[in-house]
Design a protein around this ligand. Sequence first.
Ligand code: F6P
Length: 361
Amino acid sequence: MGPVAAKRIGIINSGGDCAGLNAVIASAVKAGIPMGYEFIGFEKGWEGLLSPMKFRQLDIPSVAGISYLGGTILGTVNKGRFGAKGGVGEKKRIPEEILAEAKANLQSINCEGLIVIGGDGTLTGASQLAELGVNIVGVPKTIDNDLGATDRTFGFSTAVQIVVDALDRIHTTASSHGRVIFVETMGRHAGWIALRAGLAGGANAILLPEFPFRVEDFVDFLHARHSDTGSSVVMVAEGAKIRDQVVGRHNTETEIQLGGAANRLMDDVERLCPGEFEMRGAVLGHIQRGGTPNAADRMLAKAYGVAAINAYDRGEFDRMVCYRHLGMETVPIHEAVATLKRVTPAELEYTTAKQLGVFIH
Ligand code: F6P
């Protein structure tokens, strides 16, 4: 009898890139090949699986030395024919013909299943494809750390560190000039990056999407601080509600593109007390997503890659691997994407910041 043919699995990453993606890909491949699997990687997310398909073989040499690299060797998009999210987090049904095409394309290249690495939009799409009988294991990916089923997503820790490094620099220039500097972070509708980085980086105010505030109260806080110390650093999550609204550009096809919260808040402060504070803004943007993953994220991403192929091998399909209680578990994908994990007043970071006199509502 000849050697048993390897079972072919596809890897897809879709949505925004995230430090640690390459480490997940490499680890799934390195752990899976000795288990009797062969891997292909679809390029540019789901688009690579739809016609005309674009994929490449992922063998051990092709994934060697990539785990410390930011971005993704497969490329990615957060729009396209497989979009399952739009507006402010609304879930959408992918057209049946697109799902059927994806399934047929997989069959045409003898690919028996997928490891899908993505946030709630990507995984919502994955779950719809799994309903057609495609073998899928999901891996959570977002710097926002907002997936309900998992304690941590890779890429988050790196993003937080990047913001803290920025805050360290902002503090010295803010205090030298006696300015109020607003630093805007990513995070969409959850304030995890801003909360954790704001606390670690010593921000004087932390403004999160979860806790609407009155600009008048914020101005009172600035007055009190400036009669005392003369400068402030304000951490503003991009999803913070200024004038009770999320600031961003709506697009009919993709999710709302956030950004501009810090500028809007500066305008409001200026309107309430013209010329009183010298203010500047810094939007950190994609700096938070790019570059090398830190040690914690590499470690987590490697564990996710290995857990994903193990879950696949056990036949745990339509499930997402998740990091809970310091170990790896799996949950049904639909359950994993059902709730957005948002900051609550019970969070240790929140209560700590509050007691330290940080303006956080
Ligand atoms: O969800 C990850 C994230 O980085 C958000 O924090 C941010 O709002 C968004 O993606 C930015 O997306 P894009 O790369 O499309 O601008």
